[in-house]
Write a protein that binds this ligand. Structure first.
Ligand code: PEP
Length: 259
């Protein structure tokens, strides 16, 4: 069993938001986060155009912010791409890489995800590396093979020191945005497997935060976060409602005390 860790809750807004509604949400999250237990860290990953707004409204609060993807290139003639260094310019600290929506809709391979994780680390940011199996893969009994391969593709490109700086999010594809979360037992089993895979890379790497993502809600968050290898959550839909997102952050605090 892993030792008790600080919990980390990160919101993934996906392609949602407008300036006016973001302001209300960001201010509410910043204020609510100030009342959370010290054991909970909170972040939000916003669409790129809103990084400046996140910086302006979250600076000085306990909430950190970040992007949902970056280019595999550092700069140049790559129309439409955003470099990790540009994300740094807005005071961000997190970047999601390898989200299943990017793997599915933009055909991102695990090798590309690994290069993006490298770019994020080089820029001094923390990559939140997403892994997860489809329903077909789970039903075929290949969950460990799939998530193990996705994680290894990243770890193989990183030094031990770099690998110790990542965050990993286990997000079963069948649970994302479906309302159908993995049970705490299912999630813990995969997290324990991922933990052993990280540990094989080195003692410091074994301690990287392992987040669960996939239909986390205020009602199921505490039970998930109480699992010994679940260090917090990556939250999609529920991160768009301040009340729900803060309730999930509070559940992380309660789970951390209970652990
Ligand atoms: C996500 O997009 O990373 C996610 C976990 O979504 P949801 O919480 O809506 O399932």
């Amino acid at each position: 069993m892993s030792k008790q860790r600080t919990k980390l809750v990160v919101g993934n807004w996906k392609m949602h938001g407008r300036l006016a509604e973001n302001a209300v949400l960001l201010q509410a999250v910043a204020q609510g986060a100030g009342e959370l237990s010290a054991d909970v860290r909170v972040g939000v990953c916003v669409p790129g155009p809103y990084l400046a707004q996140a910086q302006s409204l979250l600076s000085g609060s306990r909430v950190v912010w970040g992007a949902q993807d970056v280019s595999a290139f550092t700069q140049g003639a790559y129309t439409g791409e955003v470099a990790a260094s540009m994300v740094v310019d807005f005071g961000a600290s997190l970047v999601i890489v390898g989200h299943s929506e990017r793997r599915a809709y933009h055909r991102e391979s695990s090798e590309l995800v690994a290069v993006k994780a490298q770019r994020v680390l080089e820029a001094g940011l923390t990559p939140v590396v997403c892994v997860g199996e489809t329903l077909e893969e789970r039903e075929a009994g290949s969950t460990e093979q799939v998530v193990g391969d996705q994680l290894d593709a990243v770890l193989v490109k990183l030094s031990d020191v770099e690998a110790a700086r990542i965050v990993v999010a286990y997000e079963p594809v069948w649970a994302i945005g479906t309302g159908k979360s993995a049970t705490s037992e299912q999630a813990q089993a995969v997290h324990a497997f991922l933990r052993s895979r990280l540990a094989a890379k080195g003692a410091a790497v074994a301690d990287v935060p392992l987040l669960y993502g996939g239909s986390v809600k205020p009602e199921n968050a505490e039970e998930l976060f109480r699992q010994p290898d679940i260090d917090g959550g990556l939250i999609g839909g529920a991160s768009l409602k301040a009340q729900d997102f803060l309730a999930i952050c509070k559940a992380a605090g309660a789970a951390s005390v209970a652990g």
